[in-house]
Write a protein that binds this ligand. Structure first.
Ligand code: AMP
Ligand code: MG
Length: 349
């Protein structure tokens, strides 16, 4: 299949590209598009054949449900039940934006889209290209991240093309994404709301609107015997091609240990990489040292993490070490993704 690649440049030509994307989606095809979190791989959410194509293009296990993207608040009622009005409260506070809600689904949403579940994940993204494309497609676009299953989510169209060229109908290039980590997932189907995947919208922010909000214990705890409530969270995820380990402890000892580990790997003939912060980057000796930004600036860290993992892949780095980050606030989302990328390999010094 030839994949059309269209750059959204803010000119009047964008309208025509969006119209074409809408037509492809309505006809059951797949279009990758930018959102404020990461690039999504979209198909018509109400068409079971489209959802099957999404799983095939990503190589995604079919029990891992898709998020349905909408572009109008009033469309929520058409696909999900909000019997206790908590969803309306959350939507008013955080939509459009990087928050996904799990609700009981209505019959129009096919089981193919929800991975066989009777619940549906819904998000109203704030990115203008995403909103206009969803509108052109008829209002309901199922979209997981536009990467091959298991790889880091794409934060620019270049990475989408790397994974999806030849497998989907069209890529809409809307430049680099703003946030760089996937949406927060909030389950509203139980008595107590629960975060199933941490993201830009934090527990503290949600508690201001809802009162007590629980967090799925499996998010940061690999030893938990429980199954994660979001099926997708059980898979090794966001992973670079090389081996990644996180080194945690007092800063000077972390630097020392990482340098020693890199030396050892280099002696074995392996190419080494380090994920550092602005404050520490100059202290490392490795083939490639990358800073995710200042340790104080969690938004910058979230923004660069996946790009850096992909850059290490491009450079052929075989062994990587990362410093650890605080797991409060947005740090919870950052550490959750980093731990998954590392297969929970943490070295404590
Ligand atoms: P992605 O779009 O690639 O970021 O993946 C979507 C995430 O949402 C996966 O982790 C899914 O397991 C999760 N998800 C989607 N629908 C549901 C649902 N109905 N219940 C629980 N988790 C869901
Ligand atoms: Mg994903």
């Amino acid at each position: 299949m030839k994949t059309l690649y269209e750059v959204m440049d803010g000119s009047s030509g964008d309208e025509e590209k969006l119209r074409k994307a809408g037509e492809i989606l309505k006809a059951g095809g797949l279009v990758a598009f930018p959102t404020e979190t990461v690039y999504g791989l979209g198909g018509d959410a109400l068409n079971p054949a489209s959802s099957r194509k999404i799983y095939a293009a990503k190589g995604r296990p079919s029990d891992n449900p898709l998020i349905v993207h909408i572009c109008r608040l009033c469309d929520l009622d058409r696909i999900a039940w909000d019997t206790d009005k908590r969803a309306a409260l959350v939507a008013r506070a955080f939509w459009p934006g990087p928050l996904t809600m799990i609700l009981n689904k209505k019959d129009v949403v096919p089981m193919e889209t929800t991975g066989g579940l009777s619940t549906v994940a819904v998000r109203f993204p704030s990115h203008p290209v995403a909103q206009r494309m969803i509108d052109a497609a008829g209002g309901f676009v199922a979209a997981p991240s536009a990467n091959t299953s298991g790889k880091p989510s794409p934060t620019s169209a270049r990475y989408v093309a790397e994974d999806m060229d030849g497998k989907i109908d069209m890529i809409l290039d809307g430049g680099d994404v703003g946030i760089g980590l996937e949406s927060t997932i909030l389950d509203l189907t139980e008595k107590d709301p629960m975060i199933l995947r941490p993201g830009y919208v934090t527990q503290e922010m949600l508690e201001e609107v809802l009162g007590k909000v629980l967090v799925d214990r499996t998010i940061l705890d690999a030893s938990s015997a429980q199954r994660p409530k979001a099926p997708g969270m059980k898979y090794r995820h966001y992973a670079p091609k090389g081996e990644l380990a996180i080194v945690e402890g007092e800063p000077e000892r972390v630097t020392e240990r990482i340098n020693a580990l890199c030396r050892q790997a280099a002696q074995e003939g392996k190419k080494t990489g380090v994920i550092a912060v602005d404050e520490t980057a100059s202290r490392y000796l490795a083939d490639s040292v990358k800073s995710v930004g200042s340790r104080e600036d969690e938004e910058a860290i979230a923004h660069s993490l996946y790009r850096i993992l992909r850059e290490f892949d491009d450079e052929g780095i075989e062994v990587m070490y990362s410093e650890a980050f605080s797991s409060h606030g947005m740090g919870q989302a950052i550490m959750n993704r980093l731990l998954k990328a590392a297969g929970h390999h943490v070295i404590r010094v």
